[in-house]
Design a binder for this molecule. Structure first.
Ligand code: ZN
Length: 347
């Protein structure tokens, strides 16, 4: 089968498009004929170094994905051959302390597609049936694929960790990336007031068109001063953050007393000053988050089905042009997801 895979670590020259053995389906697994995937920052991380993530080369890239069930156990009741499906990329063990308490996303043996095992940028993927969900109606495969990492991550950050309420104000740093855009869409659907930041005026205009209530140009304005002006000196209830060190101080100063900051990344550095006095006096909460659980994915898919939410797709590449797709993601110019079409079949 055709696949995009890494043969080492470095730039695009370690990424090959070519033939890999088709996975053999184990009992309990589903073999999915992939139609589309979208790229995530971790794909660049795996290409560049993959440090700290146990994996064996060559390894097929790609975390999220959507396709059609090709093979499934005869006893499977939830899924059938020919069904359109979207994948949850985290394969948990089902047996450890964390799995047993229903938090598979904390599993000590969790294996992510495209990180610890072969991923979705291939004609076929085989994975446990519990990781395979019916695709919401009326979506393209690329739109559905985009839900599996960024929207799931944003869902857990906003709802499970952030305890978002309809009357909250949310501050989202670095609008334009996959998680921040997903958070904007999901926070607006929850009824919240949303303030976004970017250093690119064009991205702010697009975010306002998508429903953001206010946009702060962080190349020209102080984010926390603007936040205080926009909230009558109160601050925001929730900060959604994956930029890290460059915005940390500003994020902390933007929070209302008792407010929550949820972080899922540290693109600009992971060692900001802790500002402990502010944390305990103002009783702030700082929460880490990564991806989301199977039940959170089910809730997200139900919301998408009910509301018609569609992830923002920036651009679309055939799998054979994986280098161009990775370069687009790396450029930082994108607004929304970089999609990869795996099958030529129409969505
Ligand atoms: Zn486990």
């Amino acid at each position: 089968m055709k696949a995009a895979y890494i043969t080492g670590h470095g730039g695009n020259d370690v990424v090959e498009f070519g033939d890999r053995p088709q996975p053999r389906r184990q009992a309990g697994d589903v073999l999915v004929r992939m139609h589309a995937a979208t790229l995530n920052r971790v794909d660049l991380y795996m290409r560049d170094s993959g440090a700290g993530i146990t994996h064996a080369l060559p390894q097929i890239m790609g975390l999220d994905g959507a396709g059609i069930v090709a093979e499934v156990d005869a006893s499977e009741t939830r899924l059938a051959v020919g069904q359109r499906v979207v994948l949850h990329p985290g394969v948990s063990c089902g047996r450890c302390e964390f799995c047993l308490r229903g938090e598979g996303v904390l599993c000590i043996r969790i294996g992510y597609l495209g990180e610890h095992r072969d991923g979705t940028l291939a004609d076929y993927v085989s994975l446990p049936a519990r990781n395979v969900f019916a695709m919401p109606n009326g979506m393209s495969f690329a739109q559905a694929a985009a839900l599996g990492v960024n929207h799931l991550t944003a869902w857990r950050m906003l709802h499970t960790k952030g305890q978002l309420k309809a009357w909250h104000t949310v501050l989202i740093f670095g609008i334009g990336g996959g998680v921040s855009l997903a958070a904007l869409q999901l926070a607006k659907l929850a009824g919240a007031r949303v303030i976004v930041t970017s250093r690119h005026a064009g991205k702010l205009d697009k975010a306002l068109a998508l429903g953001a209530d206010h946009a702060i140009d962080s190349s020209r304005q102080s984010v926390d001063k603007q936040i205080m002006a926009l909230t009558n000196g109160r601050g925001v209830d929730l900060v959604i953050e994956n930029v890290g060190q460059a915005v940390w101080a500003s994020a902390m100063r933007s929070l209302v007393r008792g407010g929550r900051l949820v972080t899922c990344g540290a693109t600009t550095g992971d060692q900001p000053p802790a500002d402990l006095r502010r944390i305990f006096i103002r009783q702030l909460q700082i929460l880490g988050s990564t991806l989301g659980d199977l039940h959170e994915f089910a809730d997200l898919l139900a919301l998408v089905e009910a509301t018609g939410l569609r992830p923002v797709i920036d651009s679309d590449f055939p799998l054979a042009q994986i280098h161009a797709a990775l370069s687009r993601l790396e450029s930082g110019e994108q607004f929304g997801k970089v999609a990869v079409q795996i099958s030529a079949a129409a969505p």
